[in-house]
Structures are given as structure tokens and as C-alpha cells.
Design a protein around this ligand. Sequence first.
Ligand SMILES: [Zn+2]
Length: 479
Amino acid sequence: MEYRTSCRCVLAAYGLVVGLAANLTGRALADSPLPNAQPGLVRVLILSGEGGQAWRETTPALRRILAETGRFDVKVSESPQGLNAQTLAGFDLLIDNGAGLTPGSDSEKAVARFVESGKGLLVAHGALGGSALPAFWPVQPGDGDIPLPPVRFLEVTLAQPDHPIVRGMAPFRTADTFPRGLLSSRASETIANAVDVQGTGDDRKSPAIVVSRRGQGRFVYFALGHNLSAMHVPGFMTMFARGAEWAATGAVTLPAEPAPSRPAPGAVRGLLITGGHDHEASFYSLFEGYRDLDWLPVDASTTAFRNDLRNKYDVVIMYDFTRDMDDLGKKNLRDFVESGKGVVVLHHALLNYQAWPWWYEEVVGGRYRLSPEGKTPSSSVKDHQQISVTPQGEHPVTAGIEPFQITDEAYKRMWISDRVRPLLTTDNPACDPLLAWIGPSDKSRVVVIQLGHGHTAFGHPSYRTLVHNAILWAAGKNQ
Ligand SMILES: [Zn+2]
């Protein structure tokens, strides 16, 4: 492969795109569980706090999905033990996203009576995983404790297309995972399935939405929504909100088509820099569908850094190849970095600014060698590699990412600083061992990802999650 400098990418079609649900930190959680809703809204209490740490991310996202429809008034309880008729009075719907309901407990009985009286319980993904589930749930554990498989591409198909939750919706594809081996309870009904499109075994298809009734009330089991990326897929948001409305009221008024996507308040402002190198148009799909991301594409680094960007953007995302920049551009980029803003360097942007040591030594912590340096030969590139990727340690950028396989282009013999913090490694001999890292800058949050040559990466669920996580973290979210 040769590196060209004449590429101008097709950008006109990608105006301001919008992004997604945003405040994904836990700071919106601490609402009083006391109902004080606007009249006419469905009053929801999300029960959270038990069963691992994922709820700190997923509960605010669920809350936002519901609140943004304008149909729900949503409260959150982080310590849902000791539920009784009094604490539940005034709500129409409970969402279990880690309530830790112990079978036989008074809380469990209170929830059962709440539903019987004509109300609803939605069991969300964050509630799953325990071995002892309340007997009244629409699903029950099968034989054995089957670990949650890694995130894969799933096709969400409609088993009951006329059910109000999914009526008018189309099947959709998502990158997600769901618990295996759960059995539908008797008298429950499967509304939608999730099919692992890469899978072959008997368990490649599993119920995604299961509903049942008790007394005058309704239960909905919702298997999907393992991480924030999965929760920001429009089909997920629509099904989740409609499932909540049906569980609470027995009817659905929310539309089958999601409202046009627009950035949520507080969305990350990203400047996406390309130019100087060919790339596939599907690259932009990495940034679409996220309401916590408001991004502007620009097709040349020199254009991007003509102005002071500090008040306009939270993060620059580099997928360009720029050999050099004038002094004004360098000053603006340096000011941006030193003001504490974020930088995400993707794939061939590792070739940038070969003659600017501050950039590759202090900010990026790595550089593709375009030519031999002393006895060290130039870096090498090899496409179509099967690469086994292993996350290293705990970091928000790799949160929710299991070891994965990807077909991508490998870089080898790069210069890499010993001051970087490893995020992803591989033992593929065509690659340097380090595939992603945090740059050494002590002023800015810098994420560097070597992977990302083409559609095999852009369409990979783990890569998509990785890039989304990297942008949020570099912008100062999810610290
Ligand atoms: Zn490439």
C-alpha cells in the first residue's frame, strides 16, 4: 500500500451529524424516589445499584431514553432494598436494572403485588445474571450458569409483529450480547428474538423481548442493552421505550420510528479530521447513531487548525495523513492540547507530523516510521491480517470490550514511547504488540488506536465500541 497525499474525501453528504444520549456518567442518578410527576406522564421508578458496576453507566442511559420521549417521568433508586406498597405507590412502572430482588423477600412480594394491581415491571439487561430470579419473571434460568458471550452482531427479528411493542417496526442489526440459556416461563410470549448472525450453534437465536401477565398487570423482559453503544441504536431505544409504555399501561402510543436523531444537551463536540489519505466512506458510520456525539467533519488538517478550536470542540479525532503544518496550525493544535482538550488518533494518523517531535513524543507517544532511521528500517504495513486483540487492565476506553478477533491492517516497527499506557495488545507477528494506548501527555487525554483501515474494522462491534469509548473519555466523560 502506498500513502498518497491527494485524497479528498467525500464529505459533502456528512454535514453536522448528531449524536446521542449523553450524560453517561452517574451524576444524574441521585433523584429522590418520591413521585412528583407531571400529570399524564407514565411514572417510572428504575431500581438499580445491585449486581456489578455496569448500572452506573446503563441506568442513566435508560433514564434518558425514556425521558427524551416526553412520555415518562423517571426516578431512580440506587438502594432498592426494603420496597413496600407505600414506596411503590404513585408509580406505574418499575424497571429492574439491578434491583437485586431476593426470591422470597418482602421486596419481591411487594413488586409482585404492585404488578398484580394493574401496573408493570420491565426487567432490563442490567438485572440479568443472577442464578435465583423472582418466580414471576417472564424468563427463568435453564441448566447451568452460562457466561455472557462477547458482544457480536445480532439481528433483532420480530416474532410477533402485531404486538403493540413492535408493531410497525422493522428488524434491525445491533452489536450487543444477551444471556444464554434462559427459558421462557409458561404463559409468556416471545415478541422479538436476537439472532447471532455470526453464530452457528443451537443458541444463536434467543428471545430478546418476552412478555407475560399477572393479575391485572404486565411483565416485559428485555435482553438487549449490554453497553452504551448497544443502547444508542435507534431500534433499541424505540423498543425499550415502547416496551416500558406497554408494561405500564397495556397500550403503546409512542411511534415506531424514532424521532430524528439530534445531539443531546451536553453532547461531546468532536472535530473529525480526514484528508491526505484514501479511506472507505463507511468510516463515517463509526460516528453515526450516537446522540452523545455532535461531530463536524473537515477534510484537511490545515483547514481544521486555521483557527483557535479551544472553545468550539471537546475533542479532535484524527484520521488524516498530514506531513507538516504551518506555524499557525501548529500553535492552534498545541494550544488545544495544552488546554486539556482531548485527542483521538486513529490508524494512519499515526503517520502525522514526522518532523514535529513534540507531537509524537509528548502527545501521541508513537509514530509510524515513513523511512529508515539509522539502523532501524521503516515501519511496515500488512493488510488483511487476522488479529487477536486483548484488552490490558481496566480503563474506561476498553470498558465492556472482551478479547476479540478482527481482520485489519497491521503496522509493525513503529516508534512507540515507553511512557504510554497500554490498552490493547496482540501477538500477531505482523503487528507491533501494542495496538492501542493512552498517550503520554500530562495535559490532555490522548487515545491512540492503530486499528481501523477499512470496513472490517468499522463494522466490527468491538471496534465501534472502542472508538466511541475513546471519544467520550478523551472529551472528559466517563472518567
Ligand atoms: Zn490503512
